[in-house]
Write a protein that binds this ligand. Sequence first.
Ligand SMILES: Nc1ncnc2c1ncn2[C@@H]1O[C@H](COP(=O)(O)OP(=O)(O)OP(=O)(O)O)[C@@H](O)[C@H]1O
Ligand SMILES: [Mg+2]
Length: 169
Amino acid sequence: MSDFIEFENVSKTYEMGEVAIHALDDVSFSIEEGEFVVILGASGAGKSTILNLLGGMDTATSGKIVVDGKNIESCNDRELTLYRRSDVGFVFQFYNLVQNLTLRENVELAAQIVKDPLDIDEAIAAVGLSDRASNFPSQLSGGEQQRVAIARALVKNPKLLLCDEPTGA
Ligand SMILES: Nc1ncnc2c1ncn2[C@@H]1O[C@H](COP(=O)(O)OP(=O)(O)OP(=O)(O)O)[C@@H](O)[C@H]1O
Ligand SMILES: [Mg+2]
């Protein structure tokens, strides 16, 4: 059986005019189905870059990324959109909640775009925010907003859950 995630000789360079920033330089690793993996590294080491590539939100400069048999780097835009929507749950480093939707609506929105979501109220209860469900993000503390972001990713019941600094706040 092959690995669930294969990250093979991946490089990512950001071109900033004259300057090239090598965020990832020939990175390889593999992850099996069901594995829980933590990526540790200094600020600027490339952790978010790895998650963005795995989540189909950015493309590598070179190398091969395979998730559950699908070669992410050879997907077209439509396939990538579908992959992001149905296969990936992403907890962003800076949450990215919809500010004019309540906590529950933020989670509901994510549940609506997938075929087989978890129960919305169970996902909210799982992060301990049932009593705040009708609050807007601006009414919540940083850590509470982060927990909404976690519930929103969980409710999609994704194949792959990517969490960028999920305990940061
Ligand atoms: N869009 C971009 N344009 C140019 N450089 C970028 C861009 N995104 C990231 N970088 C650079 O790539 C490197 C890796 O960034 P990345 O965000 O992956 O680091 P990180 O390990 O997540 O850091 P932190 O712990 O601070 O979140 C850094 O030097 C960063 O400045
Ligand atoms: Mg980061």
